[in-house]
Design a binder for this molecule. Structure first.
Ligand code: UDP
Length: 332
């Protein structure tokens, strides 16, 4: 299949492009570099040993996106392009709603007009809100606690409604848990611009000596060691879920959690990182981060039962691959 990948130079998008080619598919990438560096395309082309059609621009630009559908025979869409910083979304709600919702609307509308039958959307476990884990797909979604989460819930609804009206337009909503790690080549990985918000990029900055310590947000959660628990998933496992969704999703609307089903605390992630990589991560135990929940992990049964998909890589592999990428890209 020839797949349009929006946001294909970002962390998850770029790894998914590799998985697509590994499975014999091809990609057309659109990305506006808002949270990706220019070298990623070259690195992808090195990894897959082939040129990848690339369009620079924002997916809310409907003329630009329309031309992509006109100029390429597109069989499916993987729609990653979106802003994703929770804190920023609280400060700049208009920017988040405007970008993320217009992006979904524009890409879905044009995909439908051009008779594309498969559309996979990057959703998030944040849509479940603060309720007990494991999260399973049939749970009611609680109101989002920030505009970023609201854009994921609203985009899910928009896509479900489109598929309801046009059942030939098969929509798959993938609710990601916490992707970390990197491709084992160390060529691509996660390199956010500015101060990292997420745990693993922050750990990597500390390991590289760019920051003195990791702030551990909370030591009084009702968890094993008091720090927050998340379901970390290797980004290549997450990438492979997209390919499975494209190849196997059958119903008009398919909703899947993509996680391992295993929760790990912040302190467990740090310990694994230190042990696997022989690097010390100084800690500063601090107050809870507003908006964080104590525990989040997936019930991964549905995607296994329906698509035969399961994750293959464990936490040790995730922390090893993350550090391998960080060292290579920073020449540590
Ligand atoms: N976290 C932390 N220090 C950081 C960043 C994150 O202790 O610098 C914790 C956070 O409170 C949560 C977990 O790490 O328990 C994962 O946070 P992240 O922002 O990576 O993902 P989230 O699950 O919040 O989307």
């Amino acid at each position: 299949m020839n797949i349009l990948v929006t946001g294909g130079l970002g962390f998850i998008g770029s790894h998914t492009v590799v998985s697509l080619y590994e499975r014999g598919h091809q990609a057309v990438i659109i990305d506006d570099y808002s949270n990706a560096s220019k070298e990623v395309l070259e690195k992808l082309e090195t990894l897959i040993q082939s040129k990848i059609p690339f369009i620079e621009g924002n997916v809310t630009d409907s003329k630009l996106v329309e031309n992509i559908f006109k100029n390429h025979q597109i069989d499916g869409v993987l729609h990653f392009a979106a802003f994703k910083a929770v804190g920023e979304s609280v400060e700049k709600p208009i920017m988040y709603y405007e970008n993320n919702l217009n992006a979904t609307l524009t890409v879905a509308k044009l995909a439908l007009e051009h008779k594309v039958k498969k559309f996979v959307f990057s959703s998030s476990c944040t849509v479940y809100g603060d309720q007990p884990s494991p999260f399973h797909e049939e749970m009611d979604l609680l109101p989002a606690t920030n505009p970023y989460g609201a854009t994921k819930q609203m985009s899910e609804q928009i896509l479900k409604d489109i598929s309801f009206a046009h059942p030939e337009f098969k929509v798959t909503l993938l609710r990601y848990f916490n992707p970390i790690g990197a491709h084992d080549s160390g060529l691509i990985g996660e390199s956010p611009l500015g101060v990292p918000n997420n745990l693993m990029p922050y750990i990597l900055d500390v390991a590289l000596g760019k920051r003195p310590h990791l702030n551990v947000y909370g030591s009084d959660y009702p968890t094993l060691d008091g720090s927050g628990v998340r379901d970390y998933i290797h980004v290549m496992d997450l990438a492979e879920a997209h390919v499975a969704a494209l190849e196997k999703s059958l119903k008009p609307v398919n909703i899947y959690n993509v996680g391992t089903g295993q929760g790990s605390s912040v302190l467990e992630v740090v310990k694994a990182f230190e042990t696997m990589n022989d690097v010390k991560i100084p800690l500063n135990i601090t107050a809870r981060r507003p908006g964080d929940i104590a525990v989040s992990f997936a019930d991964p049964a549905k995607i296994k039962n329906e698509l035969g998909y399961q994750t293959k890589r464990d936490l040790n592999q995730m922390v090893k691959d993350a550090w391998n990428f960080a060292k290579r890209s920073n020449h540590a």
